[in-house]
Each structure stands twice: as structure tokens, then as C-alpha cells.
Design a protein around this ligand. Structure first.
Ligand code: C2E
Ligand code: MG
Ligand code: MG
Length: 734
């Protein structure tokens, strides 16, 4: 598009611009100047006098030379010219006028009477020829006529210039409109289009002229479009801003719109009528319309709509959309008397992964998981992300629990494969709760709440599985909730207590260590064991604070034993949770607590389970290396039931393997063979590691271990976990 302000300025003469296109009125000849050229003095002055008497402005010239001088001032409108003059004659003057002053009219007044001289004069540009001697009225009439003709011609010229400028102005305005402006004839063919058609639809104007509008309308929108394009009404009742799609030219023009082949527009149109004689009805000639491209706005609306109803990270529906779909599905299920399942899925230990690998990796994990979950679903199912690591799934049209269970199992199966994040393999599992319509709830809220409750149940029963909602879960659920609040307060209220379980050197028969085991003296429910509140504490992150309290209390106890002189050679084993280890300040915290109570590294053994290592091996290695550098010992707890790879045995600064009690439980007699215990013992010796066998409940098991020359063991047979006082007593008696 040219910025046409410049040509506008250039083309609009000041005359037209200032008077808004009106033509100057020049019928009054008073302003016209007439030049009388004659070498005869009398003739000259008499003509001059005559003209002046009739109100004309006059100049006199005695010959051709003087005439040319006056002409050069540019102000002469009409010249009365003698032909025969000395020097420059009338013909020469006329040639000069024709050449240089085309705006000046010439009337020859001459004594030459031949026909040839008259035609020659006319050929040279004279407007008229008057013979001397002239009749004064004749001269005045001819002068008057010529001047009037001049003024008429000038009027027409000005008018044309004016029209041309006006045409330019309207064309400029129409072509530079941001909208397409068109006119159709009375049968719907384009008769006018502005240039905007090119940028919006990609067509040249010529390609559309004469074509029917329906060729350019999206076929699904034709009904709507016809209504507007065929508009015959005018004024307020005409169509305004009707939305539909137009087809773009399928070209490779460098406009991005055209790739989508159609754009959404808004059309306003009205009928156009030709003016008729007063008594005749107006004739419909076609429609005039304005097409506005609203595809950008549509796109923005779509984006906003998507954002309103989707989770932006996983692109899954959000809670709002899920509720909407569930609502619809419930109505359908009611009508068709069918069932549907609402599932609540919560990722196990997501918080730990997120805290340890970082939020970016956490996001990636969620995206990958969302894709995997989606791949287990049918078209009609809706999976929504409703919280950090929480998903809701709607499975409509099922026959009953079996169908729902199948979907849940499929999901769990699909999630078994590890997810690779930053080069690490991360294992993910979900706790799933299922509520079935209609038996487990009839409304959105009840179904979602009950599936949530079932999920919670799964969580507290070992995670990684699914459970159907059952009425008795309500009570359990409320217990869980109040438990969570209880744990928060238990620390302030000093309701936690450490028990200590002896670790015995079975070869020498002496106490060589103690494991600190937490107990919760619940105000209403009595003494609670770790299994009843540690998983929940881990899930909620409260374990970090609890863990620090345990470390602090265990170290304080060690100090007390030393002060009382009861033991210097007894190690204290403390259990550490994944969330604790992932704390960026973990090793600092441990060392600070040790320093606070004057505990040396060799007295403290930190117990970690194999699945901690599974989550972030590198972090664990670097942290334990720092602690090991300060003498702190590390034990792998419940060894043998967790991780399948033993590669960590080489990279971790390990001291002890605690063999899980399941391996000894089968041993009945001293002569029994438990190949695993034997194998682990052999391996431990090879790696120069100490071994503690857990869960020793019978004398036969002790004998068995003695026979294998396994030195350390822990179990009810050797000593139950006991409170501080009892254990101090035991150590004193030693
Ligand atoms: P663990 O670290 O393997 O602790 C040994 C568990 O086995 C203790 O259960 C102990 O009472 C029990 N036990 C000991 N000897 C025998 C036996 O002969 N037979 C049987 N059946 N059980 C025996 P407890 O105290 O209930 O602790 C359970 C688990 O809770 C612990 O397993 C540990 O993983 C966790 N835990 C305990 N205290 C803490 C703590 O302060 N912090 C953290 N993070 N976890 C803790
Ligand atoms: Mg332990
Ligand atoms: Mg253990």
C-alpha cells in the first residue's frame, strides 16, 4: 500500500481542497484582462475605451513586440490582435501565444478581408475574426462570448479535477479499509471488491469479479452466509456482524492465513437500491457489505478457552472440564441405565521425586505420565489433571466393577516401565481409588469424594494398587485426616518417643549397638507404631521435621549413655527417610546435631532402605561420602527385598547390610540352609561389610547364625525395642 498522503496533497489543488470540491464561480468576467494590440493609435484607444466602458480591464500595446512583453506577465486572458503591424506581426504573435500562452484567447481584429487571411488566422489559433471597421456592438458581443466560453471551459476543467480528486479520495479510503468492502449484483455476483481481498483471502480482485459469493463460503456455513449475502434490508434491520467462514485461496502466498484454507469473518451487509422516478418503487440492484477478518480474535478466544478448561503442563482437561464431562456422563448413564467409573489417581512419592530431581524433571515426569495414562484410554474416557500429582479419570459405559478393575490394571501395567529423566530411570506408581455410579454415588461431588477416599485407602495400604470405594472407608478416611493433623501437633506436644532395640554380637553374646525406633504416644489411641504414621508423614513431608527430631534425640541419648559411663562402644542406628536425605542441607544437619551433643561419627550409623537409592543415587553417594569423611557409618536396611541392582554396593561408602527379616523367618533349626543368608554373608565378607540379621525370634535362628559365624543380629528373641530408661538399665547391667 502506498501512503498516499503525498499524492493527495499534490493532486488536490488548493482551490478544490479549501472549497471542498466546489468549482470557483468565474461567470463574472470582471477579473478578466483584455490586451488590445494595434499599431494605429486611434484604433487602439477607441477599442480600449469601448471595452472599459463595458467594464473590461484593458491593456494596450502598440505592436507585436510590446504585446509579447505584456503577455509574459502571464495575466492576459484575451487579446484583440491586429494582423498587419510593422516588426512582429499578428501571425507571429499568435504562433508565440499558441506555443507559450495557450491559456490566452485571441480575437483577430483586422483590415485584411480575404478569406485566406481569416482561415490562416484561425489556423494560428484565433478564436474569432472581426473585420475592421467593426461595429462596436459586434465587438462587445464577440469579446463577451469568448470570455464566457473561457470561463465555462475553466469551470468544466475544475469540475473534472474535482471529481478526479474525489474519486481518488474514496478509492483511497475504500482500498485502505482494514475490511473487505464489496458489492454484489442482484443475483449475488461480485461487481466491486476493494484491494483488501488480496491480503485477507489471497485472491486478486479480478478473480472474484463476476463470481458468485457461494464459491467462497465454507460449505458448512453456507446457510448462514446466504442469509447475509442475500441481504435486501437496509438500515438498522440489515445484517450486522454475522460470523462464518470464508475459503482462502489455496496458494503458497507468504501469508500465514492461507495455510488454514479458511478464516472466520464477520459480515455486515445491506441492500442497495437505485433511485427511481417519484412514483416508482425503488429497484433492488444488489448488496453492499463489509467483511471483517476476525480469525486472530477467534484464535485468541480458542487459546483462552483452552486455558480455562485445560491443564497447561500436560494439556489434559482440568477439574472444571472434568466435572462438566462427568455431569454429562451421569445424565447419559441415568437415561441408558448404564454404569460409569470415576477413578482418583495419585502418584506415589511424587513429592520426593520432585524435590530431589528438581521441578523441571518433575514437570517432565508429569507430562510423560499423562501421555502414558492417555494411551490406556478409549475415546469416550476423560483423563484430567486436578492437582500436582493427582488425576481424575472418567470411564463411562461400563458393565460393572470388573471393567473398571481392568482399566486400573492396564494403567498400572503401563506404568511399570521406568521413566528416564536426566538419564536416570525413575519408577513411578499410582494409588488408585474407584467409585462406581450409581452404587457409590449419584452426583459429581459424591463420586469424586468417594474415589478420593478409596485412593487414600490404597495409599495407606502400601500404595501402588487400586481399591474400590466401600462404606467403611469413610471412618478410615476421617481417621487419616485427623491423623495428619495429629502428626503436625505431636512434635510440639512432645508426643513422640524413641525406643531402642539392641543389636547383639551373637558370637560374643554382647550388645554392640542399638536401633532407635520411633513411637507415638497418641493421646487417644495409645502407643502407635511407625507403620501407622511414617508413610503418611513421608507423604506429607512432615517426616523431615520428625527425622531431625529423631536424630537429635538419638544423639542426646548417646551423650547421656556416655555421661553415665554405660557405654562407649555401643553404636546408635537411626533410620533415615528419602525425603530427609533429599534435603539440600541434610549432611550439614547431621553433622551439626552430632557436634551439638559431642557424638563422634563412628558411634552413629544411618540406616537407609534400597528404594531411597533407587530415587537418586548420585545425590545419595555424594552426601554419604561427605558423612563418611566424618566417620559416620551407613547401613542398608531391609536388604534384599528392594532394589534389583546391587551396583550401589560399590559406589556407596557402606559399612553394614541389614538382612531383611523375611530371609531368616523360614529358618527353624540350626542345621537349616537358607541359601540367601549364606550368599549374602559370603558377599558381605567379600566386600568387607558387616552384617546384621534382622527378625531373629527363636534360639534356633541364633544357633544357625553362630554356625555360619555371622556376628550380629537383632530381633525379639535377642531384645525387644524398649524405652530409654529400660535400655539404660540394660546397658548398666552389661
Ligand atoms: P526397621 O528399620 O527395619 O526396624 C525394625 C523393625 O522390625 C522395628 O519395627 C522392630 O520393632 C521390628 N522388629 C525387630 N525385631 C523383630 C522381630 O524379631 N520380629 C518382628 N516381626 N519384628 C521385629 P518398628 O519399630 O515397628 O519399625 C518399623 C519400621 O519403621 C522400621 O523398620 C523403620 O523402617 C521405620 N522406622 C522406625 N523408626 C523410624 C524413624 O525414626 N525414622 C524413620 N524414617 N523410620 C523409622
Ligand atoms: Mg531400621
Ligand atoms: Mg529393617
Amino acid at each position: 500500500m502506498t501512503t498516499s498522503a503525498s499524492w493527495l496533497g499534490a493532486r488536490f489543488s488548493p482551490l478544490i481542497d479549501e472549497r471542498h470540491g466546489e468549482v470557483a464561480d468565474t461567470s463574472d468576467n470582471a477579473g478578466s484582462k483584455v490586451l488590445v494590440v494595434d499599431d494605429e493609435v486611434r484604433m487602439r484607444s477607441s477599442v480600449g475605451d469601448l471595452l472599459q466602458a463595458y467594464g473590461h480591464q484593458c491593456e494596450l500595446a502598440a505592436g507585436g513586440e510590446e504585446a509579447l512583453g505584456l503577455l509574459s506577465t502571464g495575466s492576459i486572458d484575451l487579446m484583440l490582435l491586429d494582423l498587419n503591424m510593422p516588426g512582429i506581426d499578428g501571425y507571429q504573435v499568435m504562433r508565440e501565444v499558441k506555443e507559450n500562452y495557450p491559456d490566452t484567447d485571441v480575437i483577430v481584429v483586422s483590415g485584411e478581408t480575404t478569406f485566406e487571411s481569416a482561415t490562416e488566422a484561425l489556423r494560428c489559433g484565433a478564436q474569432d475574426f472581426l473585420r475592421k471597421p467593426y461595429a462596436p456592438e459586434e465587438l462587445i458581443r464577440i469579446v463577451g462570448n469568448t470570455l464566457r466560453k473561457r470561463s465555462l471551459e475553466r469551470n468544466i476543467r475544475d469540475m473534472n479535477r474535482c471529481l478526479e480528486a474525489s474519486e481518488h479520495r474514496y478509492r483511497f479510503i475504500v482500498n485502505n479499509s482494514p475490511d473487505i468492502i464489496y458489492m454484489l449484483d442482484n443475483r449475488g455476483h461480485f461487481v466491486f471488491l476493494n484491494d483488501r481481498i488480496k491480503t485477507i483471502l489471497g485472491y486478486e480482485t479480478d478473480e472474484l469479479l463476476g463470481k458468485h459469493y457461494s464459491d467462497f463460503v465454507h460449505k458448512d456455513d453456507l446457510d448462514k452466509a446466504m442469509y447475509v449475502f442475500d441481504e435486501r434490508r437496509t438500515g438498522a434491520r440489515a445484517s450486522h456482524n454475522i460470523e462464518f467462514r470464508l475459503l482462502c485461496k489455496g496458494s503458497s502466498l507468504p501469508f500465514r492465513y492461507f495455510e488454514s484454507r479458511s478464516i472466520t469473518i464477520e459480515l455486515s451487509a445491506m441492500g442497495v437500491y437505485a433511485e427511481q422516478e417519484a412514483d416508482q418503487k425503488e429497484a433492488f440492484v444488489g448488496t453492499y457489505g463489509v467483511v471483517r477478518d476476525i480469525s486472530e480474535r477467534k484464535r485468541a478466544e480458542e487459546v483462552i478457552n483452552f486455558q480455562l478448561y485445560h491443564d497447561l503442563l500436560t494439556k489434559l482437561p482440568n477439574r472444571a472440564l472434568f466435572r462438566d464431562r462427568l455431569n454429562l456422563a451421569i445424565s447419559q448413564a441415568k437415561r441408558s441405565k448404564s454404569k460409569l467409573a470415576v477413578m482418583f489417581l495419585d502418584m506415589d512419592r511424587f513429592k520426593v521425586i520432585n524435590d530431589s530431581l528438581g521441578h523441571l524433571a518433575g514437570d517432565q515426569l508429569l507430562q510423560t505420565i499423562a501421555l502414558r495414562l492417555s494411551s490406556c484410554l478409549r475415546d469416550g474416557d476423560t483423563l484430567a489433571r486436578v492437582g500436582g500429582d493427582e488425576f481424575n479419570l472418567l470411564v463411562p459405559g461400563i458393565n460393572g466393577r470388573d471393567d473398571a478393575a481392568m482399566v486400573a490394571r492396564k494403567i498400572m501395567e503401563r506404568l511399570k516401565e521406568p521413566v528416564v529423566l536426566d538419564g536416570y530411570e525413575v519408577f513411578v506408581s499410582f494409588s488408585i481409588g474407584i467409585a462406581i455410579f450409581p452404587e457409590d454415588g449419584q452426583t459429581i461431588d459424591v463420586l469424586v469424594k468417594n474415589s478420593d477416599m478409596a485412593m487414600y485407602h490404597t495409599k495407606t495400604h502400601g500404595k501402588n494398587g487400586y481399591e474400590f470405594f466401600a462404606d467403611n472407608m469413610k471412618a478410615a478416611f476421617h481417621r487419616q485426616l485427623s491423623m495428619e493433623n495429629g502428626i503436625r501437633k505431636a512434635l510440639e506436644k512432645k508426643e513422640f518417643e524413641l525406643f531402642y532395640q539392641p543389636q547383639i554380637d551373637v558370637m560374643e553374646g554382647r550388645v554392640c549397638g542399638m536401633e532407635a525406633l520411633i513411637r507415638w504416644n497418641h493421646p487417644e489411641r495409645g502407643v502407635l507404631l511407625p507403620d501407622q504414621f511414617i508413610p503418611l508423614s513421608e507423604e506429607t513431608g512432615l517426616i523431615v521435621e520428625i527425622g531431625n527430631w529423631v536424630l537429635d534425640s538419638a544423639c542426646r541419648e548417646l551423650k547421656a549413655w556416655r555421661l553415665q559411663g554405660v557405654s562407649d562402644d555401643v553404636q546408635m542406628a537411626v533410620n533415615i527417610s528419602a525425603a530427609q536425605l533429599m534435603q539440600p542441607e541434610f549432611e550439614r544437619t547431621v553433622l551439626d546435631i552430632m557436634a551439638k551433643h559431642g557424638v563422634s561419627g563412628r558411634q552413629l550409623e544411618l540406616e537407609i532402605t534400597e528404594n531411597i537409592l533407587m530415587q537418586d543415587m548420585d545425590q545419595a553417594v555424594s552426601k554419604f561420602q561427605q558423612l563418611a569423611a566424618n566417620g559416620v557409618r551407613v547401613a542398608v536396611d531391609d536388604f534384599g527385598i528392594g532394589y534389583s541392582s546391587l551396583s550401589y554396593l560399590h559406589s556407596l561408602p557402606l559399612n553394614t547390610l541389614k538382612i531383611d527379616r523375611s530371609f531368616i523367618s523360614g529358618v527353624q533349626a540350626a542345621k537349616d540352609r537358607s541359601s540367601i543368608v549364606t550368599a549374602v554373608l559370603a558377599m558381605a565378607r567379600e566386600l568387607n561389610l558387616e552384617v546384621v540379621v534382622e527378625g531373629v525370634e527363636r534360639k534356633a535362628q541364633v544357633d544357625y547364625l553362630r554356625r555360619l559365624e555371622c556376628s550380629k543380629a537383632q530381633g525379639f528373641f535377642l531384645g525387644r525395642p524398649g524405652p530409654s530408661e529400660e535400655i539404660r538399665e540394660l546397658l548398666r547391667k552389661r
